[in-house]
Design a protein around this ligand. Structure first.
Ligand SMILES: Cc1cc2nc3c(=O)[nH]c(=O)nc-3n(C[C@H](O)[C@H](O)[C@H](O)COP(=O)(O)OP(=O)(O)OC[C@H]3O[C@@H](n4cnc5c(N)ncnc54)[C@H](O)[C@@H]3O)c2cc1C
Length: 132
């Protein structure tokens, strides 16, 4: 039986980064993921895309109405939320009363690193539309 030094459950942002860092530190790591794998080459594009609201397709996930006021948008996949999220990276405002006396500025080096590794780029604000 194959042995691992660490087993990470879930391959979303948290799990993927944890597994990456553990492997970088020289550990033999396994990642357990319950979801299926979307590979870029076999992801349908254009008209056949999984995201095609006009054709009634809203992506690789399930929308479930739990009650009149609660709707859950859920599914599982290799990559977790990174498969469906909007890829917007916003730095948290200053805050108080976090555990461990964390202060906002202490996070800046990690925001810098994450933005560099993920290739974050600014986008231009939308052009104002002329109002009639
Ligand atoms: C539609 C949408 C848009 C978003 N847009 C943004 C955005 O623009 N910017 C932003 O910063 N954040 C955004 N988010 C939030 C962001 O995606 C999540 O905060 C992030 O994915 C959480 O990461 P995570 O690793 O904690 O969990 P997840 O990414 O949810 O990963 C958990 C993983 O664990 C797996 N798993 C669960 N249970 C088991 C089990 N028992 N065994 C094995 N595997 C299991 C799941 O399949 C999943 O792959 C968005 C989220 C959604 C849903």
């Amino acid at each position: 039986m194959k042995k691992f030094d660490a087993i990470v459950v879930g391959s979303g942002y948290g799990g993927a980064v944890s597994a990456f860092r553990l492997a970088q530190a020289g550990l033999n790591v396994a990642v357990l993921e319950t979801g299926y794998e979307h590979k870029a080459p076999n992801m349908p594009r254009g008209e056949a895309s999984e995201w095609n609201p006009e054709a009634g397709r809203f992506g690789p996930h399930t929308v479930q109405h739990l009650s009149e006021t609660v709707t859950a948008w859920r599914d599982t996949a290799v990559g977790g939320g990174s498969i469906v999220n909007a890829a917007v990276m916003i730095r948290k405002d200053d805050f108080e009363n976090w555990p461990g006396c964390i202060i906002r500025s202490a996070l800046d080096p990690y925001y810098d690193l994450a933005e560099r590794m993920l290739g974050a780029a600014s986008i231009a604000p939308p052009a104002r539309q002329a109002t009639a």
